[in-house]
Ligand binder design. Structure first.
Ligand SMILES: Cc1ncc(COP(=O)(O)O)c(C=O)c1O
Length: 462
């Protein structure tokens, strides 16, 4: 076993010669999906899991293994993953370097005491995150501090508490269509009523929503329009591109405009880059497209490309609103700074840098968007094709069309998910390592399917 003190530093790991990105394999279907093994597992799951968690009718495919941009189900079918499993596996599934980092870390220290006697690897990760923080037009990143956590919702909770301490105001301005997670604080900032309604009486009700991408509405709030008192607002919470809201890209200048308004109003700008972070939109952070420095930045998903870890990073001047810990952190978790997740994150960041994955996402995204727009031009089942980098949405004319499309594509060996408020957007967020040709083939297959149901109310022509 190699001692953890001899682990390559992140910059050494990033400086290694870039080996070739492994090829993505095309789909290979052995049976109709869901196959017999998947159906059997669905029947077993129905007996042991809460009924709200996994939709079992029709049965999903159960995953057996995954590598790079491919995954295999329990029936031996091979798929191309166009989801990166909820936008997580940015450097590809089970990258050997990440697997090695986890295994070496686990052999020496599997679990630590994150906020009391922390593991070395936590320090190394926080240093890397500080170095990556958006720097706007400056040559060096600003001085930042970080609180680690496990899920995206956790990172949003940290941001909400930090904003309240720093501004003394609990109010949040968020956006229609926003998704910030489902824990109670984050849920208060999530737009969709189906998520919120059952728990309304438990929600703080401190969030005001305005239309996404509309700077004029935000300016209206500063004038007290819409019955919102601007002095109650402490922070604006925004996804630079909405993910679960349906891959919605705001007009150019939106993030920069928000920064200006926040500065004028004394509001904090919280960028939720849990979906967009670590290269997905063609920049390490989507804020970088407009050289915006947020006050707080939430990250998760692609941070470790497959291990549960998230973070709220932010300007030191903002984080200093928290009192100095004298033995009892006011906001922490048992698994804060979990060693194996930190080690996986360090490996993932180094791989993304070495393989220039943000640049790759930009190029592949341009190709995929161009292909889809060209092939879907004039197709009456499609409202719009939009995206930034490898975060692409095909807005269909109805949720049924996008649902039927994702089912049809699954049977052809492509995994993709519907997104958007009512599920009418077919979402493509593949691993950033997905092969050019396989992504092109996926776009062609999607377009062929959507053309085949054109004018048929979503039913495939046989
Ligand atoms: C932008 C954004 N914020 C927050 C979250 C919540 O993350 P998690 O599901 O890890 O709690 C998500 C999840 O999809 C997200 O897309």
């Amino acid at each position: 076993m190699r001692s953890m003190t001899s682990r390559a530093t992140p910059s050494e790991a990033a400086d290694r010669p870039a080996e070739a990105i492994p090829a993505t394999l095309g789909p290979s279907m052995r049976c109709k999906v869901p196959g017999p093994e998947s159906r059997a597992l669905a029947a077993r799951l129905a007996k042991v899991e809460s009924q709200n968690v996994t939709a079992l009718d029709p049965a999903p495919i159960f995953w057996e293994r995954a590598a790079c941009a491919n995954l295999w189900d329990v029936d031996g079918n091979r798929f191309v993953d166009l989801t990166a499993a909820f936008g997580v596996s940015n450097v590809g599934h089970a990258h050997p370097e990440i697997v090695r980092a986890i295994s070496e870390q686990a052999e020496s220290l599997l679990h630590g005491m994150g906020d009391v006697h922390p593991p070395r690897v936590k320090v190394e990760l926080l240093e890397q995150l500080a170095a990556l923080y958006p720097k706007g037009y400056a040559s060096d990143p600003p001085e930042v501090r970080t609180v680690l956590s496990s899920s995206g919702s956790d990172a949003v909770e940290t941001a909400l508490k930090t904003a309240m301490l720093a501004t003394g105001r609990p109010g949040i301005l968020a956006f229609e269509g926003a998704y910030h997670g489902l824990s109670l604080g984050a849920l208060d900032c999530t737009w969709r009523s189906d998520f919120r309604e059952p728990f309304r009486s438990r929600l703080p009700g401190k969030t005001r929503f305005v239309p996404y991408g509309d700077l004029e509405s935000v300016a209206g709030v500063t004038r007290g329009e819409g019955g919102i008192n601007p002095r109650e607002i402490g922070a604006v919470l925004v996804e630079p591109v909405q993910g679960r809201g349906g891959e919605r890209v705001p007009p150019a200048g939106f993030m920069r405009g928000l920064r200006t308004i926040c500065d004028e109003q004394g509001w904090l700008l919280i960028a939720d880059e849990i979906y967009t972070g670590f290269g997905r939109t063609g920049e390490v952070f989507a804020c970088n497209h407009e050289s915006v420095i947020p006050d707080l930045l939430c990250v998760g998903k692609g941070l470790a490309s497959g291990m549960p870890i998230s973070a709220c990073i932010g300007l030191a001047s903002v984080f200093d609103a928290w009192p100095l810990s004298e033995g009892e952190a006011l906001h922490t978790q048992t698994f804060l700074g979990h060693p194996t997740s930190c080690a996986a994150a360090l490996a993932s960041l180094a791989i993304a840098q070495r393989w220039k994955l943000a640049e790759r996402a930009r190029k592949l995204g341009k190709m995929a968007l161009g292909t889809l727009r060209q092939q879907l031009a004039g197709v009456d089942t499609v409202e719009e094709v939009r995206g930034l980098g490898l975060m692409i949405g095909i807005e269909c004319t109805s949720p049924e069309i996008s649902l039927t499309a994702s089912t049809a594509l699954l049977s052809r060996g492509y995994v993709l998910l519907p997104s958007g408020e009512d599920g009418r957007v077919l979402s493509l967020t593949p691993p950033l390592v997905v092969g050019h040709d396989e992504l092109y083939s996926a776009c062609t297959e999607i377009a062929e399917h959507l053309k085949s149901v054109s004018g048929r109310g979503g039913r495939a022509i046989r």
